[in-house]
Design a protein around this ligand. Structure first.
Ligand SMILES: [Zn+2]
Length: 345
């Protein structure tokens, strides 16, 4: 991950004037006032404080530390009714004597939920176009893979509601832009950076998102979780139920497909993702649940798959990189015309 610069990492900064480090009383009163300015209207109960000490003689430094450190903490506690807690703080102040700045970093808030996506034009997260790398070309929208993303839509509501600076989206896996996410939805966690507001009515927030983006996305089951949940959500293994529209090159005998029986499938990394992932053969399984003919060459297929199965490739066969496939079982070339995730199990 890119290292954040100071302005992103810290909520805000105020400069302080103080020059004479050897007048601790005046120094502390100025620092207290600056910290008060920074902390104004921000919700936190506990704080920690760090110092970047000035380049002065060892003797002077020792004197400065002794006179400032503990007094400052005690004054913040009594004046602003906050508790110092170096292990689990809601706010971290950094007093930088060299740059003459006081900075504040607010602890991120992690909100977990599920999302559904009802549009084939909305991606999960915001991605730059791979062809032009964000410059903008004929194949993209202003340099982005898709005009909108779940991440970006959530940010439009979450950031102003929490008076926060940034939102990072962590999904339990992902679906392609053109795949709908239905059913109970896909688990996600949004990490909200520098939230001034922490006391949230999650139900109201949920309603707000669902009303504003009706027909595009919806979210449910919001809860505040610890940071450790991010890794759990990202690494969870899910079986999935899909609904595909399969389109075949010629007439088909749909009866050739055996339903409700686990089919072991070997999948070599698909051609379309080859550049991003290692070229490996992965052993997966698929169970065909239902077929429903649309016409002589097309049918709906409901299928359950192991975590990480490439469904579009299981249907087409991906030039025999995926075996068996719907194409090989029907002995006719097939493609996945449309795909929806019906349920994440
Ligand atoms: Zn482009």
């Amino acid at each position: 991950m890119r290292r954040q610069n100071r302005k992103e990492e810290y909520h805000s900064l105020v400069e302080f004037e103080f020059n004479d480090f050897l007048d601790p009383k005046a120094l502390i009163s100025e620092l207290i006032a600056k910290i008060g300015d920074l902390a104004k209207n921000k919700e936190f109960d506990t704080f920690a404080i760090g110092f970047s000490w000035p380049k002065i003689s060892e003797e002077e430094l020792l004197e400065l530390k002794k006179s400032v450190q503990y007094k400052l903490i005690a004054e913040i506690e009594s004046k602003y009714d906050k508790k110092v807690d170096f292990e689990a703080y809601g706010a971290y102040f950094l007093v930088d004597f060299n740059k003459k700045e006081v900075l504040l970093r607010l602890k991120s808030l992690f909100v977990k939920g599920n999302y559904c996506k009802f549009s084939r034009k909305i991606a999960q997260t915001t991605h730059f176009c791979r062809r032009c790398r964000g410059k903008g070309c004929n194949g993209c929208t202003n340099g982005l893979e898709s005009e909108e993303s779940v991440e970006q839509l959530l940010a439009l509501v979450f950031l102003p509601e929490l008076a926060a600076m940034q939102l990072k989206f962590h999904g339990a896996g992902r679906e392609d832009v053109d795949v709908l996410m239905l059913g109970k939805g896909r688990p996600f966690i949004v990490e909200i950076l520098q939230p001034e507001i922490r006391s949230l009515d999650l139900e109201k927030l949920c309603e707000k998102v669902n009303k504003k983006f009706e027909g595009k996305i919806s979210i449910n089951s919001l809860e505040i979780v610890p940071k450790s949940e991010v890794a759990i959500v990202k690494n969870n293994v899910h079986e999935k139920i899909y609904l595909a529209i399969v389109s075949c090159e010629s007439m088909i005998e749909i009866k050739k497909l055996v339903l409700n029986k686990k089919i072991n499938v070997s999948q070599r990394t698909p051609e379309r993702v080859e550049k991003r992932r290692a070229d490996l053969v992965r052993e997966k399984w698929v169970t065909l649940l239902k077929t429903n003919p649309i016409n002589e060459k097309e049918f709906e297929l409901e299928l359950k798959t192991a975590h990480g199965t490439y469904v579009k490739e299981f249907i087409s066969g991906d030039n025999e990189r995926s075996t068996p496939s719907i194409s090989s079982m029907l002995e006719v070339k097939c493609v996945c015309k449309q795909l929806d995730v019906l349920e994440i199990c």
